[in-house]
Design a protein around this ligand. Structure first.
Ligand code: TMP
Length: 212
């Protein structure tokens, strides 16, 4: 019996672009249309590595910049067996942030090249689709104050945005830019259509390897 694999769908974007809401809404919509779908998010703060990351983000502990980058990557690698298993079972995975956030955030720090930042994530399961929720700094500012976690400042987020723009030049990745300044429903409509298309396309193809 051959089982059609699930699609690996990633949502990326700067803070407050609505990624988490859109991931949840997409999973619900896919399930309602009879497809199997589950949400995953990175960092996954439930594992031991994830707890180290969470404490760092909450500024309860300090970690050296290279070290924390590698922990974020390790936090993805530790989930790979489960991700592959679910995809093989035909479950579509909707992922809130992935290696692209890893690279965009660390390379926004002084002294980090995109290349160095990408290396630890080379070979991860390659997303079939990466939707980038785009929101300009003014629109983001209108959505209220940033939180209190590390990285949640407008200056840092501007640099992160520039790094994402550089990553989006890579044509080996199926990037789609979504205008996140619209209503939740409008944004969802686009995301759902793109996801349904990629689910049909991906089901007969093997899962790729990221940046290889
Ligand atoms: P969250 O608010 O979506 O839980 O994300 C936590 C923060 O961690 C967010 O500021 C982005 C950042 N981050 C990295 O620096 N590297 C990574 O690999 C990931 C996934 C997130």
């Amino acid at each position: 019996m051959s089982c059609r694999r699930g699609a690996l769908i990633v949502l990326e974007g700067v803070d407050r672009a609505g990624k988490t809401t859109q991931c949840q809404t997409l999973v619900q919509a896919l399930q309602q249309s009879g497809r199997e779908a589950e949400i995953m998010r990175f960092p996954d703060r439930t594992t031991k590595i994830g707890q180290l990351i969470s404490s760092y983000l909450e500024k309860k502990s300090n970690l050296e910049d290279h070290t924390v980058h590698l922990l974020f990557s390790a936090n993805r690698w530790e989930m790979v067996p489960l991700m592959k298993q679910k995809l093989e079972q035909g479950i579509n995975l909707v992922v809130d942030r992935y290696a692209f956030s890893g690279v965009a955030f660390t390379s926004a720090k002084p002294g980090f090249s995109l290349e160095w930042c990408m290396n630890p994530d080379v070979g991860l399961p390659k997303p079939d689709l990466v939707m980038f929720l785009q929101l300009n700094p003014t629109a983001a500012a209108n959505r209220g104050e940033y939180g209190t976690e590390r990285y949640e400042t407008s200056a840092f987020q501007r640099t992160v945005s520039q790094r994402f723009e550089e990553l989006m030049q890579d044509s080996s990745i199926n990037w789609k830019v979504i205008d996140a300044a619209r209503t939740i429903e409008e944004v969802h409509k686009d995301i759902k259509l793109l996801s349904e298309d990629i689910i049909s396309l991906a089901e007969n193809q093997p899962v790729g390897e990221l940046w290889k």
